[in-house]
Design a protein. Structure first.
Length: 443
């Protein structure tokens, strides 16, 4: 049967607004929603968590490790929740999953302001982990992947940069609230929880849409070829052609390579938390360097914020170049910090460059998954890859803490960090080379 139709017989394509290449596109509101998700709930519960460790531990008269166990519990819950969230996001309206995640995070913060026992924070950690799983790891890559066909890397990097920017914005606010009284930490948690709900819910409920066809549109940057598809439904079908199913992807060596990549790059990222301690280790020999511990941490955060945007932009041209930039920057950064710590300017440049490899966790990983496995079942595949990173994140700080406490601990830490980055680079490049073989699985 001949299925070819003449132009006059074709059904109406999606609205012109959906295929125009210039001007406003609804995808820009999706990007704005991604920025809000990373800047508000993700930053408030993760980037700002550290400011509560000391005051809450002192209030309950417990060791910091006892209180911060809730953070490890959150990471474990996130690991468990990621595959479930990915499956739900591929089956349900994404607004339901994201709104639930926001409510979990906001309600947990508000509840923490009323807690009177440390074990209660452990329960809150479960809800924070489950709530943050779709917001931090899945929302931005999934939405941008669905709504954009050009500048995908740039938009992912831009949104993810706001996890750090949110920390810069809200850490001073939280610190001021904590210092407002003997139980100021309660006020801080309460205000943070309210901000999460009030600022974020309008976006997840009223702005976010799962895919362009929900608005009768084409993806941002879609070529005119998509306009020839049979309406919005035809467009949706065309968009799903490239790529393989999660069930097939998970049987490939590339899937396991990317899962290991995600775990290793997450473990390496956690080295950042020990850079202030590294500076303080020079207190006797180089007191001026020890005094820069906070500045060095800020330099790394600045590097990861800029690095996320830069990596995203480079990935739009070449995924290999993006991978090389992120890991190359991290390697140079470690070498500078390790061998030239006496030079304050060089130390800060090293920390800044290390921020580039820090950025790989939430920018390079999803873009690698997309490049290797395509868009067809992206959310399900990426949710499983990122769950390995969440598991690694639950234990990475304990691992590095053990390492730095050893004699000669910081040189060992930097040596292992270099090894992690080299291995991650090899795994990433090898996975990309498998992409052509994997394409045949979709046929």
């Amino acid at each position: 049967m001949n299925n070819v139709v003449t132009p006059s017989e074709r059904p109406a394509a999606p609205s012109p607004a959906g295929r125009k290449q210039g001007g406003f596109h609804y995808a820009f509101l999706i990007v704005a929603s991604g920025i809000v998700l990373t800047c508000v709930p993700c930053a408030l519960v993760y980037s700002c968590a550290g400011i509560y460790f000391t005051p809450v531990s002192e209030y309950f008269h417990v060791a910091k490790a006892t209180f911060t166990l809730y953070f490890s519990i959150a990471n474990i819950a996130m690991m468990i929740g990621l595959p479930v969230s990915g499956k739900l996001m591929s089956k349900l309206d994404i607004r339901i999953v994201l709104t639930t995640g926001v409510i979990f995070d906001g309600a947990a913060c508000i509840a923490m302001s009323f807690f009177h026992a440390v074990w209660q924070f452990y329960i809150a950690g479960v809800f924070i982990g489950l709530g943050t799983a779709p917001l931090l790891y899945l929302a931005v890559p999934t939405l941008i992947n669905a709504w954009c066909r050009k500048r995908v890397g740039f938009f992912v990097g831009l949104c993810m940069a706001f996890t750090g920017i949110g920390g810069v914005i809200f850490n001073p606010l939280g610190t001021a609230l904590i210092k407002s009284g003997p139980e100021g930490w309660r006020t801080g948690y309460l205000v943070f929880g309210i901000i999460i709900l009030v600022v974020t819910l309008p976006f997840t409920v009223f702005v976010v849409r799962s895919k362009p066809s929900d608005k009768g549109l084409l993806p941002y940057g879609a070529t005119e070829d998509y306009a020839d598809a049979e309406g919005a439904e035809g467009t949706a079908e065309a968009e799903q052609v490239r790529g393989v199913s999660a069930s097939k992807a998970m049987r490939t060596p590339a899937f396991f390579a990317l899962a290991v990549f995600c775990g290793i790059i997450t473990i390496n990222q956690t080295v950042y938390q020990f850079l202030p301690s590294y500076c303080q280790s020079f207190e006797a020999s180089l007191p001026q360097i020890a005094a820069l511990s906070g500045v060095v941490a800020s330099a790394c955060m600045a590097g990861q914020a800029l690095g996320k945007v830069l990596l995203g932009t480079i990935n739009d041209k070449s995924v290999v170049a993006g991978l090389s930039t992120g890991i190359g920057g991290g390697i140079i950064g470690v070498v500078l910090m390790w061998f030239l710590p006496a030079q304050a300017a060089i130390l800060m440049v090293g920390a800044f460059l290390f921020g580039f490899v820090y950025a790989c966790t939430t920018v390079q990983t999803p873009l690698l998954v997309r490049a290797v496995f395509g868009s067809r079942d992206y959310t399900n595949i990426y949710s499983r890859v990122s769950s390995v990173g969440a598991l690694a994140g639950a234990f990475a700080a304990v691992f590095w803490g053990f390492i730095v406490d050893l004699p000669g601990g910081f040189p060992i830490m930097f040596t292992l960090s270099l090894g992690c980055m080299v291995l991650a680079f090899v795994l990433g490049v090898w996975s990309l080379k498998q992409a052509r073989k994997i394409e045949h699985l979709s046929e």
